[in-house]
Design a protein around this ligand. Structure first.
Ligand code: UD1
Ligand code: UDP
Length: 372
């Protein structure tokens, strides 16, 4: 059984679900919690996944308690009815944490996809750093994207035999949707002149809502205003707190396109065409290096250290001057730009889902018992 609730969980679990759905001797049940509504649905559509259950949890301006309570309540009856052999959760969302907790209460083994990421600061990202640590304590099997993530798990007391280094399934997902000469369903994206310096922006992190997010947006706004050869594409997260801030700072402005969130196919193919990406997203820090696109991270920390070490991701923080200066450098200094714009893939070879599937098959065939 797969428990998922948000856009990134769908994207990163889809490659595993697709393999399992083709498998004759297993029953694969997808439980959509709909912590996100439209954004989860759009991602499910891209991968043609129809959930067996849909808890329809999302409420406007929901709190963490709302999501946790909703998932715990909805999952219990599904687990009792379906009695799965194993339950998959992905990453660090509240759906993943509450889904894992409800599963643990039924003493069903949990497989954690994208295990072992750590920022080492319990409030950044909030509540994701704690969610992922809590899931580590609840899970039996830990699929770590990188060796560094596996080391973090060992340091947390997880047994070596329950960890598998797989790469990140997002690289599998990326290769499923990337295409040559992609034509966007969004007219505006076909009209943009990609020979200009196009900046792609995404932002949503809870801990930077308010003044920090405003400062970052102001820095980017000034960069666009001062550099006529630039344009900004900003698919705005549906969270009203984010969209209100975006509208307030950018307003209607020349060469700034505030658009709806894109479906995964359009988003990946857009990433592949732009000059530079500014983001606080986790997934984008993993995808962009394999496309050779420099990423400026508008956060004070990251749990994606591999991309920083590979030189394709730079942490700018959320201070106006830092964001402004680092972005300006990348736009004006070709040496700095070329150093960052190299195609590297610290997150795997696109075969993470196959590795997880093989591990799962041998586990189910052996009938291994859960770790005490
Ligand atoms: C959530 C996750 C975060 C993940 C992000 C991916 C938690 C605590 N946060 O944050 O880890 O990085 O998803 O995007 O699990 N909304 C809509 N439609 C949608 C989605 C959201 O209207 O399809 C609005 C709703 O008003 C909702 C609000 O956005 O209440 C916030 O959504 P929520 O899932 O609570 O937080 P995210 O910031 O999206
Ligand atoms: N993404 C998308 N459409 C968008 C913006 C992002 O499909 O308009 C994809 C992106 O490629 C990545 C994932 O969504 O795979 C990241 O989601 P998000 O930033 O919401 O969450 P995070 O990765 O920070 O948890």
């Amino acid at each position: 059984m797969f428990i998922l609730g948000t856009r990134p969980e769908v994207i990163k679990l889809a490659p595993i679900i697709k393999i399992l759905k083709k498998c004759d001797n297993s029953l694969c049940i997808v439980c959509a919690m709909a912590q996100h509504r439209e954004m989860m649905d759009t991602a499910l559509e891209v991968f043609k996944i129809v959930p067996n259950y849909d808890a329809n949890l999302m409420k406007k301006n929901q709190t963490l308690n709302d999501i946790t309570r909703g998932v715990l309540t909805k999952i219990e009856s599904i687990l009792l009815a379906e009695k799965p052999d194993i339950v998959f959760v992905q990453g660090d969302t509240t759906t993943a944490f509450a889904g894992a907790l409800a599963t643990f209460y039924q003493k069903i083994p949990i497989a954690h996809v994208e295990a072992g990421l750590r920022s080492e600061n319990m409030y950044f990202p909030f509540p994701e750093e704690i969610n992922r640590r809590l899931i580590t304590n609840l899970a039996t099997f830990h699929f770590a994207p990188t060796e560094k993530n596996a080391d973090n798990l060992l340091a947390s007391g997880v047994k070596k035999e329950n960890i598998l280094v797989t790469g990140n399934t997002v690289i599998d997902a990326l290769s499923m949707v990337l295409s040559d000469n992609y034509v966007f369903p969004e007219k505006i994206l076909n009209e943009i002149d990609y020979s200009k310096k196009i900046i792609l922006l995404t932002a949503h992190r809870r801990e930077y809502w308010g003044e920090c997010m405003k400062e970052v947006f102001k820095a980017i706004k000034d960069i666009i205003a001062e550099n006529p050869d630039t344009e900004l594409i900003f698919p705005v997260h549906l969270n009203p707190i984010v969209s209100d801030t975006a509208k307030e700072v950018f307003g209607p402005m020349d060469r700034v396109h505030l658009i709806e969130p894109l479906d995964y196919k359009s988003f990946v193919n857009l990433m592949n065409k732009v000059y530079l990406i500014l983001t606080d997203s986790g997934g984008i820090q993993e995808e962009a290096p394999s496309l050779g696109k420099p990423v400026i991270v508008i956060r004070n920390e990251t749990e994606r250290h591999e991309a920083v070490e590979a030189g394709t991701v730079k942490i700018a923080g959320v201070d106006y001057d830092n964001v402004y200066n680092i972005t300006k450098d990348l736009l004006t200094n070709t040496e700095i730009y070329s150093k960052m714009a190299k195609s590297v893939s610290p997150y795997g070879d696109g075969k993470a889902a196959e590795r997880i599937f093989d591990f799962l098959c041998s586990y189910l065939n052996k009938g291994v018992t859960q770790e005490e």
